[in-house]
Design a binder for this molecule. Structure first.
Ligand code: NAD
Ligand code: ZN
Ligand code: ZN
Length: 403
């Protein structure tokens, strides 16, 4: 049996690449595995040799000690891999297939899955929603590793028919496991369409994926707000207008660009660790309040940015339990709509794959996909945390050229 190595959470600010168990078609007890998933058989699963796996802002929330993630958790939910073993109940995948794995773990059988709401599958965790390598998401082992198991594989994997073509475009295609669908979903929920003006809070990978999606959906103007200058410069280089939302009143800054102090749609690509003050201190409702302030009456706000129920690292007691100080009256007065939660990746990954394969969207370039070896993951986490305008892609087997 082959060995396995993966990225393990070792406590706040600390990840390490370590030897971990080779995956089996069963979910063994371990850090973060709820009782109902202990020793859960997965004859419907496949074992993947990981071809590409990305570091995400969602991982950073855990690694910064801002969640209840247990030490020892194997990280990684953005997974593309080659099948090396199929379970007894897998019918339509075979050894050698190259597949993209939505970051959500979903059963394909419950009421929500039947309605394509794989963000809140009812059967893969002790509460709605599952994911790989994530706190409170069912304890499914993460894929920032050489090998990983994907359950319900007929349902959860999207196959690339032409492997050579897919490998050539892997720095784009690896983004359909999470951030491209997430940016796209944020725009869809905010009702971005032809001619829309859009404010995107956050110029990290999700913000840039949302910008790419907004352009793809026909937006007239896309304005990215981020206090990080390097990230603003990068967003500008892909065709966005940019603002520093903490440098002055946001409506005034938008008016200078658009001629009016509001936009049709806003997307929160920041989440609960939002900076709220010029000195960089946090205010967890900062982005939500700004989005309500600048979105036109009857407009929509998409909220892929993550909000937690418990935040052990919060300064204020209320925030420690996930309470957010919203000026919700603004939303009420303007009849705004809000949508939040995990992205139901499966609703979008196929069509975004096609858009990439037909050269319609340069997502890899737009998010500045940067390949590093698995062993360099701790450096990737560090640079990403420091705000580098990059999306790090780990290359566990040297198949992307870092060997
Ligand atoms: P990131 O940390 O790289 O980017 C966040 C950016 O927000 C940073 O550049 C930061 O400087 C900026 N920021 C901070 N305060 C701000 C403010 N007040 N206004 C504007 N920008 C501000 O993270 P990412 O990888 O781009 O992910 C963004 C968010 O999306 C995270 O919360 C992540 O967990 C979440 N996410 C959600 C889903 C989902 O399914 N809903 C999927 C992927 C990521
Ligand atoms: Zn992610
Ligand atoms: Zn389900």
């Amino acid at each position: 049996m082959a060995g396995n190595r993966g990225v393990v959470y070792r406590g706040p600010g600390n990840v390490a690449v370590e030897s971990i168990d080779y995956p089996e078609l069963i979910l063994r007890p371990g850090p973060g595995v709820p009782a109902i998933n202990e020793n859960r058989p997965c004859p419907h699963g496949v074992i993947l040799k990981v071809v590409a796996t990305n570091i995400c802002g969602s991982d950073q929330h855990m690694v910064r000690g801002r969640t209840t993630a247990p030490v020892g958790l194997v990280l990684g939910h953005e997974i593309t891999g080659e099948i090396v073993e199929v379970g007894r109940d897998v019918e339509y995948r075979k050894v050698g297939d190259l597949v993209s794995v939505p970051f959500n773990v979903a059963c394909g059988r419950c009421r929500n899955c039947v309605e394509r709401r794989t963000d809140v599958c009812l059967n893969v965790n002790d509460h709605p929603g599952g994911a790989y390598g994530y706190v409170d998401m069912g304890g499914w082992r993460g894929g920032q590793a050489e090998y990983v198991m994907a359950p319900y594989a007929d349902w959860n994997t999207l196959k690339y028919e032409d492997k050579d073509q897919a490998m050539e475009k892997m720095l784009d295609l690896t983004m359909i496991t999470d951030i491209f669908p997430t940016g796209y979903h944020g725009c869809i929920e905010a009702r971005v369409g032809s001619g829309s003006t859009v404010y995107l809070a956050g110029g990290g990978p999700v913000g840039l994926a949302a910008a790419t999606s907004a352009f793809f959906l026909g937006a007239a103007a896309v304005i990215v707000g981020d206090p990080n200058k390097d990230r603003r410069e990068h967003a500008h280089s892909i065709g966005c207008e940019t603002v520093d939302p903490l440098a002055g009143a946001l409506p005034d800054q938008l008016e200078e660009i658009l001629g009016v102090p509001e936009v049709d749609a806003a997307v929160d690509c920041v989440g609960f660790e939002a900076k709220g003050h010029q000195d960089g201190t946090e205010q967890n409702a900062a982005v939500l309040n700004q989005a309500m302030e600048v979105t036109r009456a009857a407009g929509g706000i998409g909220i892929p940015g993550l909000y937690v129920t418990e935040d052990p690292g919060a300064k204020e007691e209320a925030a420690r339990h996930g309470t957010v100080s919203l000026r919700f009256g603004i939303g009420w007065a303007k009849s705004l709509t809000f949508a939040t939660g995990q992205t139901p990746t499966m609703q979008y990954n196929r069509r975004l794959r096609e858009a990439i394969l037909h050269d319609r969207v340069p997502i890899g370039r737009n998010v500045n996909a940067t390949v590093i070896p698995l062993d360099d993951a701790p450096r990737g986490y560090q640079e990403f945390d420091a705000g580098a305008p990059k999306k790090f892609v780990l290359d566990p087997h040297g198949m992307l050229g870092t060997a």
